[in-house]
Design a protein around this ligand. Structure first.
Ligand code: KIV
Ligand code: ZN
Length: 512
């Protein structure tokens, strides 16, 4: 058996299914480019039949990718499979990923199908997919709660119909490392044609075991691993790609396998995904958290100064986390700034660069020291919303202990500049009221408002996240600025832009 593990990234599909984490086409292309740069083998770009927007995104990612296989998800239905194929076939390395549930609970309660009907559906759907595409993955949804004998029959049917990869997901995060590993051993040993396919893991993190379960499956013979950047995904998320890649690298003594992941690209991928989705990475998150390489206690600091391996099992540099750098000041010119962006992995168009440079100059005027983190926040904030229909032009706020807060806000809405003056119960409320009066959206509810400082110091940039909900849709907006209220306005407006995109997608899906 090969010791090479294929990394299948599903940030753009399962990850995007996290509440409020939807991405637009441009954002998906940026993430896909970074995934390729990080050495991901397979990118699941979306669920092509879900909406016109999803179809276009899968197709665009397939067109863009040079080396990675690009997959679209499809249910066990002919229309789904044909839509998936239409989206991925434009790429160099297309894959159709089709699935159906195999647990008694899902077959009865969700699909309303007998086990025999499910076996039939597997044979038909996989066979149809294989007639279209040479690379077909089949997943047994809720595999970990399936009857082992039935699961073996289903897997045998899928391989006989032409599946080249068999994925056994722990859909609800129910498995433990022992049970998950045992399931792979059982299926691989008992299914007569198991040697004709590669086995894949796909773990959810409901009990916090997704990475441990993934590693157990590798030890039991799985050679493809499905994961997401920062572990984002449905409910408690998916297995975190960066944790699996680094566990394999650091503990090669007990996990004698390898991946093609370029570990120095990990932090960049993590920042990009959290910047786009607005899903902050917890400070104590393994590998990519802000504290992952911070040493607070005197004993640890003393040990680190003597020999860093006393308290570090991997270096920050190995995951692309340089020491926090003092970067540039207000006297820095365009060339130095462009060079810094290049070192940080940003490749901006001339227009994007001009906008970002102007904001960098404003920031350098407002703030004594500009760090890498500031630049990441600034570029994410500026570039990722360049095409938003609504933009914040100006914000002025009066607040304090005497009387209601007042905001005067100017927005550009589809190019038309409008101003509103409103009051509120505090400055944030006043700003949000101004946005509501300029762009009415009575059916939306503000579900979350969160502020965090990008760096230390009272002159730090504030990064604000806002979650809006409307008719079962949730969107997350982010904004960064040294003025917390300007950052708040930008975050709210960013969420509103995403909501408009989502409304458009739903309208299209309803029409379809
Ligand atoms: O969790 C799951 O079962 C899935 C499948 C669709 C692969 O995401
Ligand atoms: Zn999943």
């Amino acid at each position: 058996m090969t010791d090479q593990i294929r990394i299948f990234d599903t940030t753009l599909r399962d990850g995007e299914q996290s509440p409020g984490c939807s991405m637009n086409l441009e954002e998906k292309l940026k993430v896909a480019a970074q995934l390729e740069a990080m050495g991901v083998d397979i990118i699941e770009a979306g669920f092509a039949i879900a909406s016109e927007g999803d179809f276009e995104a899968v197709q665009a990612v397939a067109r863009q990718c040079d080396t990675a296989i690009v997959a679209s998800l499809a249910r066990a239905a002919i229309a789904d499979i044909e839509r998936a194929w239409a989206a991925v076939k434009v790429g160099r390395n297309p894959r159709i990923h089709t699935f159906i549930a195999t647990s008694p609970l899902h077959m009865r309660a969700k699909l309303n199908k007998t086990p025999e009907e499910v076996i039939d559906a597997i044979a038909r759907s996989v066979g149809h997919a294989r007639n279209l595409c040479g690379d077909v993955e089949w997943s047994a949804e809720d595999a970990t709660r399936s009857d082992p004998d039935f699961l073996c029959r289903a897997v045998e049917t899928a391989i006989a119909a032409g599946a080249t990869t068999i994925n056994l997901p722990d859909t609800v995060g129910y498995a433990t490392p022992e049970t998950y590993g045992a399931m792979f051993r059982d299926v691989i040993n008992r299914v007569p044609n198991a040697d004709k396919a590669m086995f894949s893991t796909h773990c959810h993190n409901d009990l916090g075991l997704a990475v441990a379960n993934t590693l157990a499956a590798i030890m039991a013979g799985a050679r493809q691993v499905e994961a997401t950047v920062n572990g984002i995904g449905e409910r408690a998320g998916n297995a975190a790609l960066e944790e699996i890649a680094m566990a394999i690298r650091v503990r090669h003594d007990v996990l004698p396998v390898r991946t093609g992941i370029v570990s120095t690209e990990i932090t960049r991928a993590s920042r990009l995904v959290s910047g786009i989705t607005g899903m902050a990475v917890q400070a104590n998150k393994a590998v990519v958290g802000a504290n992952a390489f911070a040493h607070e206690s005197g004993i640890h600091q003393d040990g680190m100064l003597k020999d860093s391996s006393t308290y570090e099992i991997m270096t920050p540099e190995s995951v692309g986390q340089g020491a926090t750098n003092l970067v540039l000041g207000k006297h820095s010119g365009r060339a130095a700034f462009r060079q810094k962006l290049g070192q940080m992995g940003y490749n901006l168009s001339d227009n994007e660069f001009a906008d970002v440079f102007k904001r960098f100059k404003d920031l350098a005027d407002a703030k004594k020291q500009v760090y890498d983190e500031d630049i990441v926040a600034l570029v994410d904030d500026q570039v990722l919303r360049g095409h938003d229909r609504i933009q914040v032009v100006e914000a002025e706020v009066h607040c304090g202990s005497t009387g209601p807060a007042r905001a005067i806000l100017t927005l550009s809405v589809d190019g038309e500049v409008k101003t509103a003056a409103t009051r509120g119960n505090g400055p944030v409320d006043a700003v949000f009221n101004a946005i509501r009066s300029l762009v009415p959206h009575e059916d939306s509810v503000l579900q979350l408002y969160q502020v965090h400082a990008v760096t230390a110091g009272t002159d730090a940039q504030a990064e604000v996240s806002v979650v809006l909900a409307e008719d079962g849709r949730t969107v997350r907006g982010t904004g960064a600025h040294t003025d917390t209220l300007v950052a708040s306005a930008r975050a709210y407006v960013n969420a509103l832009n995403k909501l408009m995109v989502k409304r458009g997608r739903s309208a299209l899906a309803a029409t379809a």
